[in-house]
Design a protein around this ligand. Structure first.
Ligand code: PLP
Length: 429
């Protein structure tokens, strides 16, 4: 009789085989530190923004953000205190250029975007159901959906090689969604929805309004849910870029509001993945209530709720300090990494709102296979830089790596030095 349950064994098997878990484990055992471990591994593999701690610490130390009240010690509204939802609603309206004000009553706050994904899955899917997800896609999605809710991904495979009528690599089209849905049906897979990450992880792409309209119509036609994961919505570092958001659509232009859902969070755009704060926003009372019903497992501390709510109310700080600094630093870091990649002839997909870029190392693979890609990944790791290979994003197009550039310049310089050294050695062989 095994010690673990079937669910426990399923979680164990999944995590034991997890590639990013392997890389992250190596980083944790041998983390780079300029003074104490200068030969340690630099982590450009985890999607985090490490550029803003000084600005955040200064804000967090303000006396108004450090007031304790009795309400913080007792159970609060499981959807979160109203004040926080009100602040997020106002913030997202301004930052997304929303067509109409957001209703705080349609919002639920949870401990991270991952929990939002899992609770949506529990609310609208049965075990064994699946979402259509354009691939490559954020690998953690597999765990968020599958580990406990046992919901699967049916990848809509996109490729770097463009077809005749395509204008960019990895282009998503409704024809590909239709084909993928047909394939899933033929295999007896029950597709419950389409999961769109916009701005995209790992491609860094921002979907056009036209494509989003087409996806909304596609989902409506097939009675599918559509989930917009917009967790990188405000990590914009290029002048004049305004990512598209489902919030820019007027209510009458959303064909099936009951099946339309939005995810946002503080992890990426506010450089605080460790705080664990994610947002659900949706128009269906039934789904939202079912999500709230699960929130006894996903609440966040009252103190943090009040603090973040106050932080979001300081519009002057948001625009002139936080975003001004974040934009500048992200841009500098992006420019450094792209310069270094160009110096060794590695193409990359241009990005404008994200913490990473997707780079094409295919010319350093002896054969275009995932085994060879994994070897190259290990070479980068052995040289002291952790980046993420395409197979971690369930791609079927080996040789691409995601590099998280939202890190300090000196560390990036060293990390890129190490990557370049590996590439040069391969070129000499
Ligand atoms: C697209 C996307 N959604 C959700 C998450 C999970 O966010 P959180 O750390 O807030 O759980 C991530 C984290 O990398 C992500 O990239």
């Amino acid at each position: 009789m095994p010690v673990l349950s079937k669910t426990g064994l399923h979680i164990k098997a999944t995590m034991d085989a997890d590639l990013l878990g392997e890389g992250f484990g190596k980083v944790n055992r041998n983390r780079y530190n300029k003074h104490t471990n200068p030969k340690g591994i630099i982590n450009l593999g985890t999607s985090e923004n490490k550029l803003m701690s000084d600005v955040l610490f200064k804000k967090f130390s303000e006396p108004e953000l450090n007031v304790w009240t009795e309400e913080m010690l007792v159970y609060c509204d499981f959807a979160s205190i109203y004040e926080l939802r009100e602040s997020v609603a106002e913030f997202l309206k301004a930052k997304s250029n929303a067509a109409t004000p957001l209703d705080p009553n349609k919002m639920v706050v949870m401990n991270g975007g991952g929990s939002v994904i899992e609770t949506i899955a529990f609310a609208i899917c049965n075990a064994g159901d699946a979402f259509l997800v354009p691939s490559p896609f954020y690998g953690g999605l597999m765990h968020d959906l599958d580990l406990r809710a046992k919901v699967n991904v049916h990848p809509v495979h996109l490729h770097s090689k463009m077809k005749e009528n395509e204008t960019k690599p990895f282009q998503l089209t409704v024809e590909k969604l239709e084909k993928s849905l047909e394939e899933a049906k033929a295999k007896g897979i029950n597709i419950r929805g389409l999961f769109l990450i916009n701005p995209h992880n790992p491609l860094g792409e921002i979907y056009s309004t036209e494509l989003i309209k087409d996806c909304l119509q596609f989902c409506h036609k097939h009675s599918l849910h559509i989930i917009f994961d917009e967790i990188y919505l405000t990590s914009v570092f290029k002048e004049g870029v305004q990512p598209t958001s489902i919030l820019q659509f007027k209510p009458e232009d959303i064909p099936d509001p009951e099946r339309t859902h939005l995810i946002w969070g503080f992890s990426k755009d506010f450089a605080m993945s460790g705080m664990r704060v994610g947002i659900y926003y949706g128009f269906s009372d039934v789904v939202r209530q079912q999500i709230v019903n699960q929130c006894c497992f996903t609440g966040i501390p009252g103190f943090i709720q009040v603090m973040l709510s106050k932080m979001l109310k300081d519009k002057d700080w948001l625009d002139n300090v936080y975003y001004a600094t974040n934009r500048k630093r992200l841009r500098e870091s992006y420019e450094l990494v792209t310069r270094e990649l160009t110096s060794i002839g590695v193409p990359y997909l241009e990005a404008s709102s994200s913490l990473y870029l997707y780079a094409d190392f295919r010319k350093f693979l002896k054969e275009p296979t995932f085994a060879v890609e994994k070897d190259l990944w290990h070479k980068f790791l052995d040289a002291g830089t952790y980046i993420s290979p395409s197979q971690a994003f369930y791609s079927d197009d080996p040789g691409w790596f995601r590099i998280v550039f939202a890190d300090k310049i000196a560390k990036l310089e060293l990390a890129m030095e190490r990557i370049k050294k590996v590439c040069k050695e391969i070129s000499l062989q």
